[in-house]
Design a protein around this ligand. Sequence first.
Ligand SMILES: C[S@@+](CC[C@H](N)C(=O)[O-])C[C@H]1O[C@@H](n2cnc3c(N)ncnc32)[C@H](O)[C@@H]1O
Length: 281
Amino acid sequence: MKYVEVTFTARPCTEIVTDVLAALTAEIGFESFVPVEGGMQAYIQQSQFDEEALKAVLADFPLPDIAITYTLAEPEDKDWNEEWEKNFFQPIVIDDRCVIHSTFHKDYPKAEYDIVINPQMAFGTGHHETTSSILGELLEADLKGKSVLDMGCGTSILAILASMRGADPVTAIDIDDWCVNNSRDNIALNHIDNITVELGDASLLEGRKPFDVIIANINRNILLNDLPAYAACMHSGSEIYMSGFYVEDIPAIREKGESLGMRFVHHREKHNWAAVKLVME
Ligand SMILES: C[S@@+](CC[C@H](N)C(=O)[O-])C[C@H]1O[C@@H](n2cnc3c(N)ncnc32)[C@H](O)[C@@H]1O
């Protein structure tokens, strides 16, 4: 089969940028994605390639202040999907207890919790330090019968593990409709029926009953801004796990939580990425 290889260069280039780019180009027929320095290579069958559609995707790119350019090449014939599977998303085991893999992985380690994530590049395959730190927290938390909110759910990987660990009911919210759709696919893939996925942000929380546990892996500024809305949905004893910021941001997050009546419990760090646990007093 003949493919077109498109090499994208993004400035600035972050994992979120390449994830969003992969998601959007997948919608116009691109099949496989390989991260490269400063961007990503993506592959599409020649018969499917429509350069005008690609230009429209880049012109409407949803993240602000990102410049994306591309070059085209005709690669040697091979199975680019297989190449992507090999290079991009390998099964991952968290704390020897939870394996995350995709439907295409045939050979992966067995574990107490087995999560299937559809490889459509929403943030949340378990490989990012922030995701794996919160997965580690969820493996240690007592979630049985607890109501859980996963804010910024991405693929819903965290909501899925929470549900597998007995949380009920689980609410997953993301501001990005693509993540909401991907979450629904992943929840079905894992045969879970107690997660409700909603499109939106912290404004959806107004007037809701408190949650026993809140998870929010987003970023420093959104967490600082939205923490009061999360706090309004917590009762005494509710736990909140947050990530998406660096170790040097912990004091700001901690201070904000404490100003809202929470007690700082502990933090984890991986490659300077932080995750914190606080409890509402
Ligand atoms: C770092 S990813 C985390 C995904 C997943 N929870 C994980 O741990 O791998 C952050 C997610 O938050 C979403 N997001 C960004 N701003 C948000 C907001 N204000 N409210 C809700 N979700 C938001 C993004 O669309 C993205 O899916």
